[in-house]
Ligand binder design. Sequence first.
Ligand code: OSB
Ligand code: MG
Length: 369
Amino acid sequence: MKIKRVNLRHLKLDLLHPFTTSFMTEYDREFILVEVVGEDGQSGWAESVAMIDPLYNEETIKTNWHMLEDYLIPILLRTEIHHPDELSEKHFSHIRANYMAKSALEGAVWDLYARQQNASLASVLGGTKKSIEVGVSIGIKDSIDETLDVIGQRLSEGYKRFKLKIKPGWDIDLIDRVRKDYPEIPLMADANSAYSLEDMERLAALDDYNLMMIEQPLAHNDIIDHADLQARMKTPVCLDESIHSLEDTRKALKLGSCKIINIKIGRVGGLTESKKIHDLCQQHEIPVWCGGMLESGIGRAHNIAITSLPNFTLPGDTAASSLYWAEDIIDPEVTVEDGSITIPDSPGIGYAPSVAKIDKYTMYSKSYR
Ligand code: OSB
Ligand code: MG
């Protein structure tokens, strides 16, 4: 396959509710939407999950645009490929890091590839499930009562797992109150690197609450201290920020740094690498789940497709479009029924990007050929 044109668009969507983590509050989401056009005139779509500021990882919308415009798109436009795996394995591999930029372009090629095979993205990735169970990520709120209300609401909507964002001072009391009201719900906490080994006792105190896991308690670039922590905690540690590749995964498993991995397609450089991490974890009987980055429907559709692989045994963060946006940019929107999403079987990502809605939210765009 050959790509004859690439369109980059910078979009902005307002979040229905602000989302607060240990490191930021988001009120809207600006992101790059990538469209690749094949010689047959068909398009493939994906989004970059890089944010405006380098707070989750070092990438930003501007660094992604630069990498796409000056390196990755020129390579893609002059290269004939037979399978999307060749991008990360051969054509992009000499370029260091810049995972989210690579993932955005690779993802659009994957969508186009699936459409050209007249197959769903889930099926060309080797997905086996017909539907996936999903959970929800609940940001830091002004009060514990407010958090309890949101949990009650999401529970009534059928979500299968509840992830609470924590930070020092918004942790034990919160989890304690939630467990009093909801002793049985599948509950977990995500610290986004807000703790250090000095907080070992505070973290170990969470062992009393039957949490499914604690996600990324320690530094964003650490797998050594997490191994110490996991040895001292019964609650499974799940890594998010620290895992960028199959190699990181191999090393984290070797060290015992975690018992669960959150796979985010963008954080690991794309669908091909995600599938490899999935396969390695499966061999080691390490369950995985798909994380979220407040994606629009296009990124959400990619998350749904990868979650159809069999070792995604834990509910992920891919909630319904309507929890984030007044209007999503795909038709139909992503809907959740009784905590599950049906994997679409139409070609490609299986949701139609709405060019009219995309145009409405586009701040800037540029074409490359
Ligand atoms: O750590 O998983 C995270 C959002 C932005 C950055 C990092 C994270 C998150 C979420 C939200 O938890 C997941 C979602 O609802 O998309
Ligand atoms: Mg996380």
